[in-house]
Design a protein around this ligand. Structure first.
Ligand SMILES: N[C@@H](CCOP(=O)(O)O)C(=O)O
Length: 479
């Protein structure tokens, strides 16, 4: 059994930042190697060997920073050894210059106890842009700097795909292939991906679910000779850069509440599918941000809510819902959480993941479950509850929630303990999910970039859900 110290005592510079695998089979590597490796070569996920622990002084000093300034400070902790600060500043500034709101991720107050963190002001109207605008620029920088070939392979249940494509379309030295479940994403999500005409983009619509897409790409990444031969890179939250970039808005939101006089911990309610977004909040908490409960909101695909209730992590039956981006059974980043839950014991994580592969379930003992519940509360939200929440908030506050955000808000409402203040993450613009919203007779005007998608020609190839069919496409596209 191998235990590692997970924190240094104070924020910062003394850490020689390296990345290791949750399964212990990768020698510590630097940030550039970590983003290029994506999925760890031993099949695990990369995590920082140590997490910086921020001092109260740092938290106070960073309160007044703009979003890009804050992103620079936080990201520098994880990558400054590899990316000089002036370069990192350029990457950060250009990534957030594409956002429509000057705050990048503004916080809107709905009630004294409930705020909405709007994460959808980027180019594709989803929270994924926050990390993927940055990761797209980072890949372009690494390609220029190191000459590495960047062939991105990703899977999407709807939002990551459009955002990843937008982050790298037309960029020299980069090609991207995205798998999405055929017919199981919203109309706008589908159009955002498939109407892109740049030659460096390939869309594969897989006959199956998102879990099929994610399984296929993970198996291809785990085939290390194939991954190396075709220079495959990850854009999903498999890639640690995604998680790190997403921690920033937890800090930013907390500081906005502090500015309004709020002192003490804040809960964050997070619509959850692949466990990446909420895991970024967990990392922020471990870095010293005063986070109360992380409220894990699932739709009817409730594997994570069942885990927090019972300690058993076991996929159920796939359910198509009004929040398709969360229609996920196997949550990729759960493995990273297990690593922290078991105090960095990579042997145990490797054994648990092996058991999950062979038996299809994992169970953690009661003492571990108590630890889980210290940080997380979890609620699953039914299709009807989701639509009811949209209608109720539209009526009461004149605020239109998208179905994913509605799950987060409904979960926050289920947990209405006195005195707690919750920030609910708004992960997408409602225009991306108009088919669901119209069911409650609410009409909306599409933002212009979404309106213009209709009627554009589409480029997409439908494939079966066998690895070989996808492999064949990749060999032709990346070969
Ligand atoms: N909900 C995601 C699924 C992929 O998750 P990721 O965070 O690992 O990219 C989507 O919208 O595609």
């Amino acid at each position: 059994m191998r235990r590692r110290p997970l924190h240094t005592q104070c924020c910062d510079k003394e850490i020689d930042m390296k990345y290791i695998s949750t399964r212990g089979g990768v020698a510590p590597i630097g940030f550039t190697d970590a983003i290029l490796m994506g999925l760890a070569d031993d099949g695990g996920l990369l995590v920082p060997e140590q997490l910086p622990r921020l001092s109260d002084d740092a938290l106070k000093a960073w309160r007044s920073l703009s979003y890009p300034e804050l992103a620079l400070e936080l990201l520098a902790l994880f990558m400054e050894e590899d990316i000089p600060r002036d370069e990192l500043k350029r990457l950060v500034d250009s990534s957030y210059a594409t956002f429509r709101d000057p705050h990048v991720t503004p916080v809107v107050k709905l009630r004294d106890d409930l705020h909405v963190l709007e994460l959808f002001h980027g180019p594709t109207f989803a929270f994924k842009d926050v990390a993927l605008q940055f990761l797209g620029n980072l890949y372009a920088y690494v390609s220029r700097k190191t000459g590495s070939v960047i062939h991105i392979l990703g899977a999407t249940s709807g939002d990551t795909g459009a955002s990843a494509i937008e982050g790298v379309r037309g960029k020299e030295g980069i090609k991207i292939c995205i798998l999405h479940p055929h017919g199981k994403v919203s109309r706008v999500q589908e159009l955002q991906m498939t109407t892109v005409q740049d030659d460096n983009v390939l869309n594969l619509a897989v006959e199956g679910t998102f879990d099929d897409c994610q399984r296929i790409i993970k198996e291809l990444f785990a085939d290390v000779p194939f991954k190396r031969q075709y220079h495959l890179r990850a854009i999903n939250s498999i890639n640690i850069a995604r998680i790190l970039a997403q921690t920033v808005y937890y800090f930013y939101a907390y500081f906005r509440l502090a500015e309004q006089g709020h002192a003490g911990p804040v809960n964050f309610s997070v619509p959850t599918g692949n466990f990446g977004d909420i895991f970024a909040g967990y990392i922020a908490k471990r870095m010293g941000l005063p986070v109360g409960k992380l409220v894990l909101a699932t739709n009817e695909n409730d594997i994570l809510a069942r885990f927090v209730a019972s300690g058993v992590y076991q996929p159920g039956e796939f359910r198509g819902t009004y929040s398709p981006s969360m229609d996920i059974q196997v949550a990729s980043n759960f493995e990273r959480y297990l690593y922290y839950l078991y105090d960095g014991d990579t042997g145990t994580v490797a054994a648990l993941m092996e058991r999950f592969k062979s038996e299809g379930r994992i169970e953690v003992p009661q003492d571990m479950l108590r630890r889980v519940r210290e940080d997380f509360a979890a609620y699953s939200v039914s299709n009807e509850e989701c639509l009811d929440t949209i209608a109720r908030y539209y009526e009461s506050y004149g605020y239109l929630l998208d179905p994913h955000t509605a799950c987060g808000v409904a979960a926050a409402d289920k947990r209405s303990d006195e005195g707690e203040v919750t920030v609910s993450l708004s992960t997408a613009h409602p225009a991306k999910f108009d088919e669901a919203i119209r069911l409650r007779n609410i009409s909306q005007v599409y933002p212009e970039p979404i309106q213009t998608l209709f009627g554009k020609p589409r480029r997409v190839t439908v494939v079966g859900n066998a690895n070989d069919q996808v492999k064949e496409q990749l060999e032709a596209f990346f070969g």
